[in-house]
Design a protein around this ligand. Structure first.
Ligand SMILES: NC(=O)c1ccc[n+]([C@@H]2O[C@H](COP(=O)([O-])OP(=O)(O)OC[C@H]3O[C@@H](n4cnc5c(N)ncnc54)[C@H](OP(=O)(O)O)[C@@H]3O)[C@@H](O)[C@H]2O)c1
Length: 335
């Protein structure tokens, strides 16, 4: 009798489709609907999702504007999140095989992109932290090799990643952090996160260039906006013959909220020893990312990292996806 009941439940569960945030066409908003349950193949694990963040990466993949956008549709949205295995292990994970994603009740994740999650950080916060914090951590520690006391400029500092960058820069030993952003109200709160001064991007090009020039030279620039603000900054950084800075400016381009392109004046490259590079999933080795995780969790658990998160039921994905004015606060879906 018990065996009959167990088999009935197994068959029933296997045929009930899971709920997920599904897109059928690039550029549309995902809907909360049924999607076939994933079945893991070699190198993958089936996990039950607990929380998945709504990042700009997830949005731009769904828009079709990211270099890693969907090639196969329909697909489940979401690239990362917190999940549990059938054995009860809590993980931060990603690397879902298309068409699966993390904004779902269940997904399949690559074993290579599963990171054990320590106690002391709740599911929703843990889902929000890596995207907001790792981009600047990897850029500052591994790409720029930030030295104690150096001056860091964060461009696009009012967003989730920018606010993370201010805190990470201070934690890693920056002497002075200058935060530049567009939203005046959000900007005024950044000294509370460790910014030593702020620059408004909402001013004329000339006034903005002067503001950058007053704070220059910078040792490291972490840029989440690119586009026109980056062009104004690059022009403002252009230096002089015979007056070299002792160390190059390490400029790391990470996001493109103000536009995918920016023209780089040749003088900026010649006159200030500018080292221009980028930071993203495809430009950093997996080993480097793996090494950064425990340090990032330690910081999150220490209570020194402030991230603004909002828990949203996955069933509300369609309206949450279109919500305006959430820059700086990470929405996290909970199935
Ligand atoms: N490569 C990576 O590893 C990585 C990791 C994380 C994030 N990113 C990228 O970094 C960017 C920011 O991510 P996020 O999570 O911080 O996003 P977010 O929380 O949504 O914040 C967006 C930020 O961009 C600013 N912004 C938007 N449009 C702008 C414009 N036209 N001019 C100037 N500022 C503008 C916003 O300013 P307001 O406050 O004024 O709206 C806000 O500071 C995104 O492009 C994201 O894809 C990349």
């Amino acid at each position: 009798m018990t065996l009959i009941i167990v088999n009935f439940i197994k068959q029933h569960v296997e045929t009930v489709p899971m709920k997920a945030a599904v897109i059928h066409e690039l550029g549309t908003v995902p809907k909360y609907e049924d999607f076939p349950d994933p079945v893991p193949v070699d190198g993958e694990i089936l996990v039950t999702m607990k929380a998945a963040p709504l990042t700009n990466l997830s949005k731009s993949r769904a828009r079709g504007s990211h270099y890693d956008s969907y090639k196969q549709l329909p697909a489940v949205c979401g690239v990362d999140g917190v999940a549990v295995t059938s054995g009860g292990e809590r993980l931060y994970c990603g690397g879902c095989r298309p068409p699966y994603g993390t904004m779902a009740e269940r997904t399949v994740v690559s074993r290579a992109w599963c990171f054990p999650l320590p106690d002391g950080v709740d599911d929703v916060t843990a889902a929000a932290v890596p995207n907001a914090v790792l981009s600047s951590w990897l850029a500052l520690e591994y790409r720029a090799k930030l030295r104690q006391g150096e001056k860091v400029l964060v461009l696009g500092a009012t967003g989730n990643a920018g606010k993370g960058a201010i805190q990470v820069a201070k934690y890693l030993g920056a002497g002075r952090v200058v935060a530049a952003g567009r939203n005046e109200h959000a900007l005024s709160a950044l000294p509370g996160l460790g910014a030593d001064s702020v620059i408004s991007l909402s001013q004329s090009d000339q006034a903005l260039a002067e503001a950058f020039a007053r704070e220059a030279p910078f040792d490291v620039i972490i840029d989440y906006v690119w586009g026109h603000p980056a062009e104004v900054l690059l022009r403002a950084l252009t230096g002089h013959d015979l007056k070299a800075e002792p160390t190059p400016i390490r400029y790391i381009e990470i996001g493109a909220m103000a536009g995918p392109n920016a023209s780089v004046p040749s003088e900026a490259l010649r006159s200030v020893g500018l080292e221009l590079s980028g930071g993203g999933g495809g430009s950093v080795s997996r080993e480097t990312i793996v090494a950064a995780f425990p340090k990032m969790w330690d910081l999150a658990i220490s209570g020194k990292l402030r991230v603004d998160v909002e828990r949203v039921p996955l069933a509300e994905v369609e309206s949450a996806w279109q919500r305006q004015g959430t820059a700086g606060r990470r929405l996290v879906f909970v199935p």
